[in-house]
Design a protein around this ligand. Structure first.
Ligand code: SF4
Length: 291
């Protein structure tokens, strides 16, 4: 296929998915937002957590910390308490550090600058760049990767898929790219789904080599949660978040887990108690990638 054919195919696919999205998309509290802080919060929350769950929690978090400056100034224990139950609590610490950075230095407006913020990887940087700043770059999350592989075929190489997503996103600017970013993810989540893709309802089924015979796209398995250290860590952090003073007596707790969480700045020991948050408060926790 020539470059011209590629461009024509991209235009058809993009128009089909955009039209489907305009008619069929779900309303979520983060749709239509252009405030980079609100976009960043929603994108960090959505990493590894289902959208329906975030739809309940996102408004509460934003009401509690309405600006990056408010989040940066908050006690870390309060941030972790507000995050409680969303899992991967280091994301909350990284988010607070990012809020501190943009409060001090202002928002980077391009992918490279955004990616230098704490806890912001290639996907999140592109999502914020496109949704908040109208930069025409493509996002590749699990849903997008799946439908790109099915609609355009392999190989399943991250750089190639990113280039494909960028090519599809290239015609958009401003509002156009924001709608496309939402559409491309929603399409994978609702139509080209992992187990039972809805080829009969697919707006880009014409010319799709996987039509009617799409196999699940391999995703790395998460280790079992039940009985895991992650489950125990989460239970201890939830207990701390739920207690009135965000502290519980340092008695009978699993040493290894307490020490690991303390090392990550998620709790600290003082006065015979274990307390939520690092010893230093307000976004001054130790460095570390969220996990
Ligand atoms: S036709 Fe089926 S496999 Fe192809 S993109 Fe549409 S939903 Fe996915």
């Amino acid at each position: 296929m020539s470059a011209r054919d590629d461009l024509a195919t991209f235009a058809v696919v993009r128009r089909g998915i955009e039209a489907w999205y305009a008619a069929e998309h779900r309303d979520f509290p983060w749709r239509g937002l252009t405030d980079p802080y609100a976009v960043l919060v929603s994108e960090v929350m959505l990493q590894q957590t289902q959208a329906a769950r975030i739809a309940e929690r996102f408004p509460t978090f934003i009401n509690r910390f309405p600006t990056a400056a408010a989040l940066a100034a908050a006690p870390t224990a309060a941030v972790l308490a507000a995050w409680s139950g969303l899992g991967y609590n280091r994301r909350a610490l990284a988010l607070q550090r990012a809020a501190t950075a943009v409060t001090t230095d202002g928002w980077p407006r391009d992918v490279d600058g955004l990616q230098r913020l704490p806890g912001v990887g290639p996907y999140t940087a592109r999502a914020v760049a496109s949704l908040a700043f109208g930069v025409p770059v493509g996002v590749v999350d699990t849903n997008v990767r799946r439908w790109l592989l099915r609609r355009f075929g392999g190989p399943d190489a991250p750089r190639r898929l990113q280039a494909l997503a960028d090519d599809l996103a290239a015609p958009g600017r401003g509002d156009g790219i924001a709608a496309w970013t939402h559409a491309t993810m929603e399409f994978g989540a609702r139509i080209c789904t992992q187990r039972t893709p809805r080829c009969d309802a697919c707006p880009v089924a014409d010319g799709c080599p996987s039509r009617g015979m799409a196999a699940p796209v391999h995703v790395p398995r998460q280790p079992a949660f039940n009985g895991s250290t992650r489950q125990q860590r989460g239970a201890l952090l939830r207990e701390l978040a739920a207690s009135e003073s965000h502290a519980i007596a340092d008695i009978g707790l699993d040493e290894t887990i307490v020490n690991a969480l303390a090392g990550e700045g998620l709790l600290h020991r003082s006065g015979g108690m274990v307390r939520l948050g690092g010893r230093l408060q307000s976004g001054h926790d130790p460095e570390g990638e969220p996990g």
